[in-house]
Design a binder for this molecule. Structure first.
Ligand code: SAM
Ligand code: SF4
Ligand code: F3S
Length: 462
């Protein structure tokens, strides 16, 4: 495994300076760009790095794609429907390009890291000017300059890790919550998953640059830091050591992390979560299936009994310890009996939250060689069945919080009604309560009065 030392310093380079000058000549006013990231938190963080470098080149930002002179779609390929959505969105941009040919369209990220997708864009989506994958964001100024000067499209599909991109500074708009990538890539090769193919092998950042970045964010008033990686507990400089270091930063903030892999989840990790006061008492631990044969076919390298062992250990120390998970239904060859084992597993573990997906065949993965023998209709029915099961479990399980006071980071308007605020508790559960909007961005003690299947309701505990 390769380790890299990365600072999050500025990437002011000659390409940036040249493009900044060119932009001043090309446009009367500061040109705006629209950057949209699909998919996971890691991709959102990449999108923030792209915004960081574009800002240095002199671009401003807009949420209205029609105002933009530069449109960046930072894509996800984890499931087919994610890809379909991107192709639909690229199609819609054709008219914008026709109205103003000076508008540049960039498509990048996990989808375009795959040659067959880049080829499809090259052949059928002529409105797209620049294509690159998950590497190469640091070369975006150079690519924009090339298109502006030569009026030719640029396709840059490197497949080697670009240390420069990993060093780019994120432009964060949320001042209350921030995420920090601690590692890139994935070594696990779960048989259904495209991520290792589009993100490369695991590369961990060293502890100190991550600490410095977190410290600066806390000093700027950030209240929640999420450490990001596809498998954070295989972080190569010691994940518990990193948690301890971030926990030592002075200030009122909390630490979260996603995602963890059950094969690397240890008692030591649970002990650290329970011991370190700033670490939220919650673990997102994707199980994917509650059936051992399916787990083996998925190449997950643990059994349901290993998973239950971690859950039981955590709950023996703290009965309220909160777990959430990801589930895939309809893996090739899965039988209804095997699917029912997953439903039983939800009842056994009692998750606070479950993210469930239907299996989507990803070409190039091992599972794509298996016959995808379950119809989309069948997968949809199983998904509904699973969601209903979880709703039932969650309503009774979440009621354990009624009468307790949870610490909620208020950050949005509530859905319950006028005057309600919403935020997440340390346990990562949505809590709604009546409160003044100036509480947004603050930790609020909320006494829980009611459990619903998707959230808790409460009132400020004075
Ligand atoms: N690295 C994390 C992990 O292992 O839990 C997250 C990986 S992925 C970005 C997030 C979730 O997408 C996975 O946990 C899995 O449930 C789901 N997923 C990945 N590949 C999929 C596929 N081919 N079809 C359906 N769901 C998939
Ligand atoms: Fe995909 Fe598995 Fe890696 Fe998660 S751990 S990103 S599911 S290969
Ligand atoms: Fe999607 Fe890539 Fe993340 S495939 S889920 S954006 S790592």
């Amino acid at each position: 495994m390769k380790n890299i030392s990365i600072s999050s310093g500025s990437a002011l380079n000659p390409d940036v300076v040249r493009l900044a000058e060119l932009i001043k000549k090309e446009y009367d006013n500061k040109p705006l760009c629209y950057v949209h990231s699909y998919g996971c938190a890691q991709n959102v963080s990449d999108g923030q790095k792209i915004m960081g470098i574009l800002s240095e080149c002199g671009y401003g930002f807009t949420d209205d794609v029609r105002e933009a002179k530069l449109i960046v779609l930072n894509t996800c390929s984890v499931r087919e429907n994610a890809e379909d959505r991107v192709f639909g969105n690229i199609g819609e941009l054709k008219r914008l390009k026709e109205n103003d040919p000076k508008t540049l369209i960039v498509v990048c990220g996990c989808m375009t890291q795959q040659k067959h997708i880049a080829d499809r864009i090259r052949e059928s989506y002529h409105q797209v000017d620049i294509v690159f994958g998950t590497y190469g964001a640091s070369k975006l100024p150079q690519m924009i300059e090339q298109v502006l000067t030569s009026k030719k499209r640029v396709f840059s599909l490197e497949d080697t890790s670009d240390i420069m991109s990993e060093e780019l500074k994120q432009l964060r708009q949320d001042t209350v919550k921030a995420s920090i990538p601690i590692m890139y890539g994935c070594n696990n090769f779960c048989s259904y998953c495209i991520v290792p193919y589009v993100r490369g092998r695991e590369r961990s950042r060293e502890i100190e640059p991550i600490y410095e970045e977190a410290k600066a964010l806390v000093e700027q008033g950030c209240k929640e830091i999420t450490l990001l990686g596809q498998n954070v507990n295989s972080y190569s400089f010691g994940f518990v050591k990193l948690l301890e270091r971030i926990n030592s930063i002075d200030g009122d903030f909390r630490i979260r992390f996603v995602s963890s892999h059950p094969k690397d989840a240890s008692y030591e990790l649970i002990d650290a979560i329970l011991l370190l006061p700033k670490v939220a008492k919650h673990l997102h631990l994707p199980v994917q299936s509650g059936c051992d044969e399916i787990l083996s076919a998925m190449n997950r390298r643990y059994k349901t009994s290993d998973y239950l062992d971690i859950v039981n250990y955590a709950r023996s120390k703290n009965a309220d310890f909160s777990f959430s998970t990801d589930i895939i239904v309809g893996f090739p060859g899965e039988t209804y009996e095997q699917f029912c084992k997953t439903k039983d597993f939800l009842r056994q573990v009692k998750f606070d939250n479950v993210f469930s997906y239907v299996y989507s065949k990803r070409s190039g993965t091992k599972a794509a060689e298996l016959e995808d023998n379950i119809s989309e209709k069948q997968k949809g029915l199983w998904l509904r069945e699973l969601i209903l099961e979880q709703r039932e479990v969650a309503t009774s399980w979440l009621s354990r919080y009624v009468g307790k006071t949870l610490r909620v980071l208020a950050d949005a308007d509530g859905r319950t009604g006028e005057g309600y605020l919403a935020g997440k508790s340390d346990e990562n559960i949505i809590v709604e309560f009546r409160g003044d909007s100036n509480l947004k961005g603050q930790f609020v003690p909320v006494k829980i009065t009611k459990a619903m299947n998707w959230a808790l309701l409460g009132e400020i505990d004075k």
